[in-house]
Design a protein around this ligand. Sequence first.
Ligand code: UDX
Ligand code: ADP
Length: 463
Amino acid sequence: MKITNICCIGAGYVGGPTMAVIAQKNPNIKVTVVDLNEARIAAWNHDDLEQLPIYEPGLDAVVAEARNRNLFFSTDVDGAIEAAEMVFISVNTPTKTYGKGKGMAADLKYIELCARQIARVATTDKIIVEKSTLPVRTAQAIKSILDNTGNGVKYQILSNPEFLAEGTAVQDLMAPDRVLIGGEQTEEGLKAIQALVDVYSTWVPDENILTTNLWSSELSKLTANAFLAQRVSSINALSELCEVTGADVNEVANAIGKDSRIGPKFLKASVGFGGSCFQKDILNLVYISKSYGLNEVADYWEQVIIMNDYQKHRFASKIIQTLYNTISGKKIAFLGWAFKKDTNDTRESAAIYVADQLIDEQATIAVYDPKVTAQQMESDLNYLGTRAEEENERFLMSIKDPYEACKDAHAIAVLTEWDEFKTYDWQKIYDNMLKPAFVFDGRGILDHQKLETIGFQVYVIGK
Ligand code: UDX
Ligand code: ADP
């Protein structure tokens, strides 16, 4: 079966870039990305590529090439589903904030709505592809909805989890370590798998396309993220031990990373991991393990989250303690709000939690981030629900100029590893701050010796 028409439900961080690359690499396939959010679709269609709703290096060029050739962004969800032979589901699956599994299980509300919508409008057979990260055996639920509410249309469900990392999405999509496709091991299932393999094989070498059964594919995604997050929590756990023993976490990371069995990547100590995937996926793994009665397995993975929460908390406490245990009325500048560099995504960013703890102590936080809007920062803080929105507004300011953000501040905290921070005129920043002037480098990116020579008092995580 040759695919000529693809629909993707959800024009977010995953759906948008993934479909842009699929369309660019397959000019003969019409790819339509749909979303309920009209403003988001309008932004994807904006003439000015600076206005795309998602910031990813290199994405503008891919969109410029494929958009309105064979890549389309639309709010006509029904029309696009109907016309497609293959429908990707790429909607959000946040952690549940209510009811059973609250704070742990994935909220599958949006997935179920998609399945029901497909069942309602489809008149021809379709291959449904799960792109969002889902708990194991979600495909079963989707299948059951489609088979029982549809009108005789036949469906095949595939799991094709996305492994792109934000900030390097285009690069990761262009040259993926692997593409994983899971499907039913029946004649029809294998045909569906092959149809999706053909879409990717226009640019991904065959040996990098893995096919598995559905459940292996779903579980592999959770496992990959859990292993990556575990590495960050492991090195972060060591960062505190380094601080008290006089070891340097970067030297330790370098030394262990040279061991080919361990490897050098993902060993950067930080103020804590963020992003939409790590925490959610581990919580999912924990919830699934618990629901099968595997309490030791659940506890093992939960510790990765506990360590991460502790690291954010420890960083904020370090600031408070260093500033003589009183930060009420003091201005603290934040460099960075995004959960990592080269993205405007702030989901689960460590900055939000550190700000929250400092605002509890009535400090004023002046944030500069090159890509995050003031509105986003406010809504992130309000989402925690710690205090009234007016209070948050009073204590959190977004400043468009980094020098202005640091002016008259008692301390600077680096929360995101944006490259531009390294190129600032740090002498000028120092001159305009209150003394003693402190820098808390939560990402270990600044030249701390240089800062100390200028006169700053510097704290670097893991040193
Ligand atoms: C992750 C996975 O890498 C990706 O494969 C999956 O599809 C989605 O989840 P992402 O969340 O975009 O991607 O970012 P990632 O680069 O994995 O970083 C996650 C967090 O860990 C960031 O906050 C990052 O700053 C932090 N991190 C990463 C560290 O603190 N230290 C490291 O060494 C690496
Ligand atoms: P991700 O990082 O997984 O891509 P996002 O939140 O960035 O997550 O994107 C998910 C998108 O899915 C959002 O833009 C949301 O509006 C969209 N969405 C959710 N449910 C539906 C639905 N039933 N139909 C169409 N779009 C949907």
